[in-house]
Design a protein around this ligand. Structure first.
Ligand SMILES: [Zn+2]
Length: 56
């Protein structure tokens, strides 16, 4: 894991190209990217997070 082209956000559970990981709307900011006027710290303002899907 030396590649740094896809920095993960605090809310991400894994890299986007990992099996069983999918993009989902950030529940902390409801996909808006902001919480109470400030950038969401979970998705880093992207409004999306990478979550493990399917079992695990
Ligand atoms: Zn968010």
């Amino acid at each position: 894991m030396q590649s740094g082209d896809t920095p993960l956000n605090p809310g991400d559970e894994g890299p986007p190209d990992a099996p069983g990981v999918g993009e989902d709307v950030c529940r902390a900011c409801q996909g808006t990217g902001t919480v109470e006027g400030q950038r969401c710290s979970v998705c880093n303002g992207t409004g999306k997070v990478l979550q493990g899907i399917g079992g695990g």
